[in-house]
Design a protein around this ligand. Sequence first.
Ligand code: ADP
Length: 473
Amino acid sequence: MRILYATSEAVPFAKTGGLADVAGALPKAIHELDHDIRVIMPKYRGITGKKIKTFEVNMPQGLEEAEIYEDHLPGSSAMVYFVGNQKYFDREGLYQNNGIDYPDNCERFSFFCKAVMEAVPQLDFLPDVIHCNDWQSGLVSAYVKKLHKWNGVAVVYTIHNMDYLGLFPKEQIFATGFDWRMFTPDRLEFFDRLSLAKGGLVFADVINTVSPTYAREIQSPEFGAGLDGLMRKRSGDIFGILNGVDYKIWNPRTDKKIAKRYSAESLEDKSGNKLALQKLCGLPAGKTKPVIGIISRLADQKGFDILAGAMDAIINMGAQIVILGVGEPKYHRWLQQMQKTYPKSLSVNLEFNAMLAELIYAGADMFLMPSRYEPCGLGQLISFKYGTIPVVRKTGGLADTVHDGVDGFVFTDPNPSALVEAAARALAGFKKKKSWHAMQELVMDYDYSWKVSAKKYVDLYKGALLKIGRRVN
Ligand code: ADP
């Protein structure tokens, strides 16, 4: 099968969240199943590659040049194409700068999606399936079905996060190359605004999201972000496939970024990472002091308002907390304030820092994810591999992967007292060394590698092709 995988970010080239982890790893796993899958993404600042093509893309203001560069996903022969255009992509951030979205994001990602369409004949790579991911590549789906009418190409659209609808003022419809005829509720309109995610959701042959529970949840008003009606209408086409983890990167046996490598057989070495983390973060060092790690975008979704009501109680139970994240200014301000209140128990790191992330996964005893909703969540899966026990809210992929008292600690109600109760159980569990070690050994042995999920994606592609009347092996 030939698959073109369109994404706005992929590890190691560009990352703001879990989509990059998926896009850097899933194509490799599908490639290992002997399918010709190629990634295409924007060429942001700092990305290099060999220039292989230049062509023009029609934008409302005139022609814009697209340059195509090529490379491979590291450790794989799966190809990656980068779409370059200095004006659109040679910028400080991917989607925003200093927390403010670029005002021309609609134009930037319309350009990207048009360039993807133009690249297909230019690269002489006619895919059987085009796989789009979230709103940034959603228009590709609409272009395949409505503009270019490539009837032999199946489109799969993956929702990594339902809340990001790619919303813009309606006048920007012209940047997409469509006109008012496409601005209807059953096409690209979302309550009088333009939604690029709808391009993907309405026109894709098959839709999936990144966990079975979230696939159900998005069909309800609570989680459907205003599109639950559309989701219910398409419920027969919606699937849930759990994300995996790239164990070539996330593995305490081989991780070169951590202080001391370890495995389930040498768990005592994990504490070398804990001491290094405490030292680095300016917290009193000690093996018996429980350390709770949090690595997260600082967004409402991630439950920081729930944490705000629980933080004092958790610290007063004797825990140290290390937080790594960037996001909404209100949470930055709150955390800076808390840091002043608890200098010896709390370490706040308001940055994106891959090095520190790995040391937290390795050095913390527990990993906290109090999410209000969570499409899949990678933090808990990575934590498993590092023997770091997750404390999570029962939602989405967290509900599918963490089992209370077995491999983590789970709370249901989205309120501080439920979180404090779960944290108290985790902290009590931590004191019982024998059963804690047994839990660590269990989770470190879990296999959330991409292999299993990659096979499910191949089946999904086959299903999408069947829907357009093609049978491909
Ligand atoms: P989401 O995609 O909603 O942000 P996920 O749990 O699916 O959440 O994925 C988040 C990924 O981003 C994980 O690999 C996590 O370790 C990483 N991450 C999040 N924030 C930071 C940060 N500030 N620094 C380093 N890595 C981070």
